[in-house]
Every structure is written in structure tokens, then in C-alpha cells.
Design a binder for this molecule. Structure first.
Ligand SMILES: Cc1cc2nc3c(=O)[nH]c(=O)nc-3n(C[C@H](O)[C@H](O)[C@H](O)COP(=O)(O)O)c2cc1C
Ligand code: SF4
Ligand code: SF4
Length: 250
């Protein structure tokens, strides 16, 4: 079974591509995470977890959900991480997570997809994004072949920088950067409620027709990128940048 988490659609696209070609079930973790639903799941096929990369590891909300939820049936599990650059030493942490869950780690593969982190970096135009996704197809194909063959993903070369990024930098990144405090809605807001609906943590509510952000935020970028009016900004950084949602959603 393929389980995915996705803020802006890249990981959803990869998960569905893999699901379609391996004829496996694909399930979105959005509602489970939002509703804090830790009901055990069962699959006789190996588990495949598809997520974005947040600070060179899988998102903490996914790690927490995996730690709390029993995955019954197959003991084999592998990970596919979409990223805008690289996943660092994420695999080492995933291997430990699998040990804790008593599961057999079959590796972690990365897929370079368009950057979605509009709060800190530059996001691509639709045309640029389509080129990057086109280039990612070959890697997705390779991943599908490894899964079909039942072979573990190859182990990547890990540098000291990778260890530093996934270790120290990941630990300081969350407390320093992952806050909703800089989000605000402009006068372009039409009170449609899309931001409230797209938050995987239920961190947004409309007050007098305008979004108000709470303290639980994982910086998935869904609210700001999925607003149909482009009425959400993150401080000054996002002003004028294209909103990113995967243009090839299946
Ligand atoms: C909070 C946050 C942190 C990120 N950290 C990384 C990172 O460490 N390395 C990287 O290559 N991309 C990073 N990215 C980019 C995303 O992982 C990438 O664009 C991903 O494909 C988005 O997936 P989604 O559309 O399924 O949400 C980050 C994005 C966000 C929002
Ligand atoms: S999605 Fe945009 S337009 Fe809709 S309520 Fe939220 S901020 Fe307003
Ligand atoms: S508030 Fe916005 S960025 Fe934060 S978790 Fe919710 S949708 Fe994602």
C-alpha cells in the first residue's frame, strides 16, 4: 500500500504514478493526520511512504503519525521523498524509525521535483515546473522498476554535509523557521475557506471571513499556494512569487 503526504501536490503526483504502474492502492494521509486518526492499517503488499522533504528528513508530522499507527500485514517498508534539492541523510533516520516499528527498511529514494517552499525560497513558474517534472519522470520510472522487482533502493553516498543537514540543521530548523506567525491575508481574500480546508493540521479558521492561523503549522505551503485569489502572503518574501501547486496532478 502506498501512503502519501503532500502539501502542494508533488508527492501526490509521484505516489499516484507509482500506484498506477504497480497496481497498488494509494491512500492520502491528509485526513488521518488532520483528524489525529491512528487506527491500524493492513496491507499484504509492502508499504511505500511518499512524502516531501522538510529540512533533509521526512516531515515530522509524518514521522509522528508513523510512530503512532500500527502497519499490519507486510513487514517491508520503503520511502520515496520528493525534494527541491536533496534529501541529505534522511535514510539513516528512516532506518531507525523502521527498527522501532519492527519493520524491514527497503531504502529511501529521492525524486527531484519543483521547489514549493515559497516562504523561504524562489518558486518556479508553471513552465519551469513542467520541465523539472519532465526530468523527474525517468527517476520515477526507475523507482517503479525497483519496486516491481522487489529489490531495495540503492544506498546513496552520504557526505559529512548530508549528516549535518539532516542532523543539526533539521533540529534548529523547526524551532527557528516553522511558524505560521508571518502568514496574513490581503484584501484580495474572498472568504472562500479554501485555506482552512487545505491545512493538514487544521491550523486555520476563518474569523469574520478572514483566515487566522494558530500555532500548529508544519510549513507545508498548502494554504498560501492553494488560495485561488493569491491572497495569502508570508511576510515580504512571497510577494510577487508564483504560487506553486504541481501542474501535473493525476
Ligand atoms: C518546510 C519545507 C522544507 C523543505 N526542505 C527541503 C529540503 O531540506 N531539501 C529539499 O531538497 N527540498 C526541501 N523542500 C522542498 C520540497 O521538499 C519539495 O518541493 C517537495 O517536492 C514538495 O512536495 P509536495 O508538493 O508534495 O508538498 C522543502 C519544502 C518545505 C515546504
Ligand atoms: S483561500 Fe484565500 S480567498 Fe479563500 S479564505 Fe483563504 S485567504 Fe481568503
Ligand atoms: S498553516 Fe498553512 S503552511 Fe501551516 S500547516 Fe497549515 S496549510 Fe500548511
Amino acid at each position: 500500500m502506498i501512503l502519501f503526504f503532500s502539501g502542494t501536490g508533488n508527492s501526490e503526483y509521484a505516489a499516484k504514478r507509482i500506484g498506477r504502474e504497480t497496481e497498488d492502492d494509494v491512500s492520502n494521509l491528509f485526513k488521518k493526520i488532520r483528524n489525529q486518526d491512528y487506527t491500524a492499517l493492513r496491507s499484504d503488499k509492502p508499504w511505500i511512504i511518499v512524502t516531501p522533504t522538510y529540512a533533509w528528513r521526512i516531515p515530522r508530522v509524518v514521522t509522528d503519525w508513523l510512530l503512532k499507527t500500527k502497519l499490519e500485514g507486510s513487514r517491508d517498508i520503503r520511502f520515496v521523498m520528493t525534494c527541491g534539492g536533496n534529501i541529505g541523510n534522511a535514510g539513516a533516520y528512516l532506518e531507525k524509525l523502521c527498527e522501532k516499528k519492527g519493520m524491514t527498511y527497503q531504502g529511501c529514494a529521492s525524486v527531484l521535483m519543483p521547489e514549493n517552499y515559497i516562504a523561504l525560497f524562489e518558486t518556479p513558474s508553471r513552465e519551469e515546473a513542467l520541465v523539472t517534472i519532465g526530468q523527474a519522470e525517468q527517476k520515477i520510472e526507475e523507482i517503479i522498476q525497483w519496486i516491481k522487482a522487489g529489490t531495495s533502493f540503492p544506498k546513496p553516498e552520504i557526505t559529512g554535509k548530508d549528516k549535518h543537514s539532516s542532523g543539526v540543521v533539521n533540529n534548529v530548523f523547526y524551532p527557528l523557521f516553522v511558524h505560521a506567525g508571518k502568514f496574513y491575508a490581503t484584501d484580495a481574500c474572498i472568504s472562500c475557506g479554501m485555506c482552512e480546508k487545505s491545512c493538514p493540521l487544521g491550523n486555520i479558521r476563518l474569523k469574520d471571513g478572514k483566515p487566522v492561523w494558530g500555532k500548529a503549522c508544519t510549513h507545508c505551503m498548502a494554504c498560501i499556494c492553494r488560495c485561488p485569489q493569491e491572497a495569502i502572503e508570508y511576510g515580504k518574501h512571497s510577494v510577487g512569487l508564483p504560487r506553486y501547486v504541481c501542474p501535473k496532478r493525476l
